[in-house]
Write a protein that binds this ligand. Structure first.
Ligand code: ATP
Ligand code: MG
Length: 724
């Protein structure tokens, strides 16, 4: 079998072979990133079938994403001695698809209610019904609910100590009821219900007899529910093989328990433990950076990774002045690599920490027509549920009669928007007004104070028109959100408010670039239009496109070239992890029960490790010197790993492969022309006018010296100072 594998070009090393040949009983395969865990999992499935003649239908492989599941099947099918029918029969599934199949088999008829957009719409509707409009941001509240359920807890058990918690619970219970009445279930319900179903001894017995061999990839990130499912399935026959890397536990906020992997040999006494330490993915210096970075975590199994890759490009570091400059720099840089024929778009991934930290890069990619696929995020930043109302108010300030924006101004009135809009339209037919909102002040459905509110809104809208966009945003933020943001003690909503704050600050940063509301709005509208256009191209998995995703999404994947953006304090490590003042016992919804400040920081460090170890040959790290207008030091994960602050670009390194022109973007007013990609030349030009303060595009923190403005090195080679 192994010789046949070699003929296919797969030369497994000795510990890998030992893992593949493992027969019965529990097995933990522990290994750092890129050491072939997933590879071994697939090879063992093939080995069991081809050599041990184990029926394909008795093998169950659990993976983290459906993409990984599909890939697993494809890999197995390509192994020697596997008939196509057998490859199709192997169950390679995500926990969700496994659970759903089981529920359906046992008669569950619910539709899947998995469309995030639809979920948000329903939440907003329920919020209005309960008089909680504009109080909660649906996205964050739903993800809180998700984390709660991942711990195997029901909505009834949600805490209700503070007024905010009470309101949140009321809303979430209404959401549950809404689903129930319509015979729907969301993804979390699937797992919860499946786990409950498996408690039935008869059902469990059948499952255990069917699936004799259980294998789990990314075991370090199974949450309580998933872990319970695995144990229920495996505890009798104990034919359980798990692979994982404790250094890559990055989902504790969603209920993952790092202990599951750290304790495996205690839970399954006599378990065989095989460690793989030969990395096949990354060049030596990239791997070296990853290792010296994660070494600073205390809660981990120590491991030493060997690099198989050559000493290729050293990881490169750059410290642009801000996130806008960072985005401009990264996009110029990657375009240059592609134009030089060094890489294809599809070889490149841009990894970021949070959704809002991708706002700038997203814009620059779109405006420069770089084909890219963004994974797992919804609409354009300016159309997100928190931001949209603010933008709509700006739109109304320019065009008070813009009907598509009007609904946003009705949000805080706690009346059904449709009825309000209907009323306005009817009155407009009788008598058109400059500010159609004014009709509402005569609507008998509104009480006096609400009519006053309407007048207040109109005053606000009038005043926004002539304001600088950033001041307009600040004014709305003060009026709409500040009261709520300040209210309350540390509660289950702390993290949630943090995200909200971050999103609002990101909006301010975006607005700062513009002098007038009109410019800002036409920019946002243009962006949405371009985004729609790009979406219509329907990029598929194998399109030649840059991959833009969060680090979480990138887990298990690899790319020839990785840009890790936002390597600054406050982004990664994220500000929430730096807050020490939240008592542990008030964090249960959003963190695992044991989570404290240190644990949170260690999880951030693991994220940095995951980011670095996605890269095969090239790794570029950028650390914006300011974030949301505030100074942001270089991420401690970088400085710790290098032992010093990586030097800014004062002297170019000898083997510096790429240089950045002291680019046109650095002038006060710059044009981003489109027509970049695939000969798709368009003439459209979008101009971003910059304020004096936000306009610098200094490529590094050191200003270019006079007389040397032609070329300024951006990326600094820091290999010499890298411990590894
Ligand atoms: P991660 O922790 O990121 O999930 P992993 O441990 O699952 O990584 P794989 O994705 O299985 O690692 O393998 C990483 C890379 O190394 C892949 O490109 C794989 O094809 C390659 N690889 C694995 N084993 C070998 C081997 N014995 N010889 C050559 N290449 C290998
Ligand atoms: Mg893997």
């Amino acid at each position: 079998y192994f010789r046949a594998l070699e003929r296919e070009g797969i030369h497994l090393n000795q510990p890998q072979i030992a893992a593949v040949r493992h027969g019965q009983g529990p097995l933990l395969t522990l290994a750092g990133a890129g050491c072939g865990k997933t590879t071994v999992l697939a090879a063992r499935a093939g080995y069991l079938m081809a050599v041990r003649e184990v029926p394909a239908s008795t093998i169950l492989l659990m993976t983290f994403t459906s993409k990984a599941a599909a890939e697993m099947k494809a890999r197995i099918a390509a192994l020697p001695g596997i008939r196509p029918a057998a490859a199709r029969t192997v169950q390679a599934r995500t926990f969700h698809s496994f659970a759903l199949a089981m529920l359906r088999h046992h008669g569950a008829t619910e539709d899947i209610f998995g469309d995030m957009q639809a979920q948000h719409t329903i939440m907003k509707m329920l919020q209005r019904q309960l008089g909680l409009s504009d109080v909660f941001q649906p996205e964050s509240l739903l993800s809180a609910l998700s984390a709660w359920k991942a711990g195997g807890r029901t909505t009834d058990e949600l805490p209700e100590q503070t007024p905010d918690e009470k309101d949140a619970k009321r809303l979430l219970l209404a959401y549950e009821q809404w689903k129930q009445e319509r015979n729907k279930m969301d993804f979390d319900d699937i797992l919860l219900r499946a786990a409950a179903l498996m408690k039935d001894p008869q059902i469990l017995g059948t499952l255990r007899r069917r699936f004799r061999y259980l294998m789990v990839d990314e075991f370090q990130d199974t949450n309580t529910l998933q872990y319970d499912m695995v144990r229920m399935l495996a505890d009798e026959h104990r034919n359980l093989m798990v692979v994982g890397d404790d250094d890559q536990t990055i989902y504790t906020f969603n209920g993952a328990r790092q202990e599951s992997i750290l304790e495996f040999d205690r839970v399954y006494p006599g378990a065989k433990v095989i460690t793989l330490n030969q990395n096949y993915r990354s060049d030596a210096r990239i791997l070296g950076l990853g290792s010296s970075l994660v070494e600073h975590n205390r809660l981990r199994r120590r491991k030493k990774l060997l690099a198989a890759g050559q000493q290729g490009y050293p990881p490169q570091f750059s410290a642009p002045a801000g996130t806008e400059e960072e985005a401009a720099q990264v996009v110029s840089h990657l375009l240059r690599q592609v134009e030089a024929g060094e890489l294809a778009y599809r070889d490149i991934a841009i990894l970021h920490r949070t959704a809002s930290s991708s706002r700038s890069i997203f814009e620059h990619l779109i405006l420069r027509d770089v084909p890219f696929i963004q994974y797992g995020t919804g609409p354009v930043f300016y159309d997100q549920s928190l931001i949209r109302p603010l933008m709509d108010h700006l739109r109304l300030s320019l065009e008070p009669r813009r009907m598509d924006a009007l609904a946003s101004a009705l949000g805080p009135l706690y009346v059904p928007r449709e009825a309000g809009l209907d009323y306005i339209l009817r009155e407009e037919k009788k008598q058109a007004k400059k500010y159609p909102l004014i009709h509402l002040t005569r609507w008998d459905k509104l009480r006096d104070f609400q009519q006053e509110q309407v007048k207040g809104r109109i005053r606000l809208i009038k005043s926004l028109q002539t304001m600088k966009p950033v001041l307009a945003i600040q004014e709305m933020r003060r009026q709409f959100y500040d009261k709520y943001m300040e209210a309350g003690d540390p509660s289950i909503l702390t993290h949630y408010k943090e995200t909200m704050l971050e999103t609002l600050e990101e909006l301010e940063s975006a607005a700062k670039r513009f002098d007038t509301v009109a410019d800002f709005i036409s920019f946002a509208d243009e962006l949405t239009r371009r985004h729609k256009e790009m979406e219509s191209l329907r990029m598929s998995e194998d399109s030649d496109a840059v991959r833009l995703m969060t680090i979480h999404r990138a887990k298990g994947l690899e790319f020839p070239c990785v840009y890790w953006i936002g390597a600054s304090e406050g982004i990664l490590p994220h500000s929430t992890a730096l807050k020490q003042d939240v008592p542990d016992d008030r964090k249960p919804v959003f963190g695992s029960a044991a989570e404290g400040a240190d644990a949170a920081l260690e999880e951030e460090r693991r994220l940095a490790y995951v980011a670095v170890t996605r890269a095969k040959q090239k790794l570029y790290i950028t650390s914006p010197a300011t974030v949301h207008g505030k100074p942001a030091p270089v991420s401690r994960f970088i400085t710790e790993a290098y032992g010093i602050l990586p030097e800014a670009a004062s002297k170019p390194a000898a083997d510096q492969p790429l240089r950045e022109r002291n680019n046109r973007e650095s002038s006060r007013s710059f044009a981003i022309t489109s027509a970049r990609s695939q000969g798709n030349r368009r003439s459209h030009t979008v101009t971003i006018r910059q304020n004096a303060d936000g306009g610098r595009t200094a490529p590094a923190r050191t200003a270019p010296r006079a007389g040397r403005t032609e070329h300024v090195p951006v990326w600094t080679c820091t290999a010499a100072s890298c411990k590894a």
